[in-house]
Design a protein around this ligand. Structure first.
Ligand code: 5GP
Length: 136
């Protein structure tokens, strides 16, 4: 079954659209974390980041930057978050790749991000080496 976002791409479900090109579409999030919260999706239905072909990665990055510029010009927030969830454990609820652009105002408490933890400087290089070994 087509994802809810594919149904927006096809026009079956309405959305407040901001930008569209051959590969990507941006529209307002229906349950915004802040005023102006916008989603950028790829028109083809890939579940998450690791599934994207390189041309879609590039197109998504360009659309995110373009829409973020327009959000900054329109709402003049103090900043913005670019957020992207992969997998249910990471908070993904719609399994069609998308990027959140969330305008932020000083002290708005719109998002609860992580609590900084502690790292062991002695083991970080080993962990980095393990990850490096899996780069393709
Ligand atoms: P996720 O948790 O998967 O990263 O984010 C999914 C986002 O899609 C949520 O912020 C949610 O509000 C938004 N969303 C879900 N269904 C719809 C819809 O039908 N229309 C719009 N515009 N946004 C939706």
């Amino acid at each position: 079954m087509a994802s809810i976002f594919s149904r927006i791409v096809s026009g079956e479900i309405p959305a407040a659209k901001v930008y569209e090109d051959d590969l990507t579409l941006a529209f307002m999030d229906i349950a915004p974390a802040s005023r102006g919260h916008t989603l950028v999706i790829c028109k083809t239905e890939y579940p998450q980041l690791l599934d994207l072909p390189p041309d879609v990665v590039a197109a998504m990055a360009q659309t995110v930057q373009r829409v973020a510029r327009a959000l900054m010009a329109t709402l003049q927030p103090d900043g913005f978050n670019v957020l992207q969830n992969n997998g249910a454990a990471a908070g993904q609820t719609v399994f069609h790749y998308h990027v959140h652009i969330i305008p932020r105002w000083q002290d708005d408490k719109a998002l609860g991000l992580w609590q900084p933890g502690e790292s062991d400087p002695a083991t970080l290089p080993e962990l980095a080496a393990q990850i490096r070994a899996n780069l393709q």
